[in-house]
Design a protein around this ligand. Structure first.
Ligand SMILES: [Zn+2]
Length: 320
């Protein structure tokens, strides 16, 4: 029997090898997450990862200043911008950012066709129209939405951003655009200090735990989905709201992260909306634990994907 599996986009070069072990940004988490996804059986020899190619200049320039895009492609980004981003701007970093944009775009296409899809990278939500920041070079979700709109695959998109840091770059790109609704649930006292207003911002107090967090999330989802009808939803499943995160100031447990992912997926899918999940932030130096946390959204998405495709089969031929 042909078993459908959740579409997952992955590339070994999501891990830019020029960013060393021990860097504040734990780059090795991408390969480790890929390894965990194999180990837990979300991909197999018969149903492997889907592999993106690097996004080209024209696609990325749909969401970013062409001069900045050119500078990243040519590795001529000025020192100040590179410092704001936090990486040495190498060929590997440029390539990783281009692959990540294409992975999120192709996840969008797959979600439109199959219901849910995940990119094992992405969520670079601090990258603004004119420049990158905070370990984010290109805003993959911004690029994916612009590219899906440009090719008339969608008109309207909702971004649900649960990374602990406010989604200032995404808010900047879609600031004056009614076709995209941005919802950011973050810790108010976390970086960035100066936030760019989203369509809906919920800034949480430091130290908030699972129960209160999930209640605020559900309130925000109801408000977003109550006031806006998207054609697709992009979910930034950053795991930096976890209590052990080195940068985040919230206090979620492992179970809290899983419940959060399950809640977002349930609320979106019960409305029948296509959903893309991207990884977002996570800054523990314990890369094994970090990868397990990141894997949760893939597991929950896979559960929802399997039950949806079963329901489709029942609907299609009357048997399961
Ligand atoms: Zn973050």
């Amino acid at each position: 029997m042909f078993i459908q599996m959740l579409p997952i986009f992955y590339h070994d070069e999501y891990d830019a090898q020029t960013v060393p072990d021990g860097h504040r940004f734990p780059m090795r988490k991408y390969r480790e997450t890929g390894r965990v996804l194999k180990e837990i059986g979300l991909v197999s020899a018969r149903r492997p990862f889907r592999r993106p190619k690097p996004a080209d200049f024209d696609m990325i320039a749909l969401a970013h200043d062409p001069d900045y895009v050119r500078a990243v492609f040519d590795q001529t980004v000025d020192y100040r911008t590179a410092r704001t981003i936090g990486f040495e701007m190498t060929h590997a970093v440029a390539m990783r950012s281009r692959l990540s944009c294409m992975g999120t775009y192709l996840s969008g296409k797959a979600a439109l066709a199959e219901g849910i899809a995940c990119n094992a990278a992405g969520g670079s939500h601090h990258a603004r129209y004119t420049h990158g920041a905070g370990f984010c070079v290109f805003n993959d979700v911004g690029v994916a939405i612009r590219a899906l709109q440009a090719t008339r695959q969608i008109s309207r998109a909702l971004v649900v951003d649960c990374d602990v840091h406010q989604g200032d770059g995404t808010a900047d790109i879609f600031q004056h655009d009614d076709s995209v609704f941005t919802f950011s649930l973050h810790c108010e006292t976390n970086w960035p200090v100066r936030k760019v207003p989203s369509s809906l911002d919920i800034g949480l107090d430091a130290g908030l735990n699972d129960g209160a967090y999930l209640a605020e999330l559900d309130r925000g989802l109801a408000a977003s989905l109550g006031s806006f009808q998207p054609d697709i939803v992009f979910y930034n499943a950053g795991v930096d709201p976890h209590a052990d995160d080195r940068l985040g100031k919230l206090s979620l447990t492992d179970q809290g992260i899983r419940k959060r992912d399950a809640l977002v997926i349930r609320r979106i899918r019960e409305r029948g909306l296509p959903l893309v999940c991207v990884m977002g932030g996570g800054y523990s130096q314990d890369v094994q634990h970090l990868a397990r946390l990141h894997a949760m959204v893939f597991e929950e998405a896979s559960r929802a994907f399997t039950s949806t495709s079963k329901a489709h089969r029942v609907g299609a031929d009357g048997s399961s």
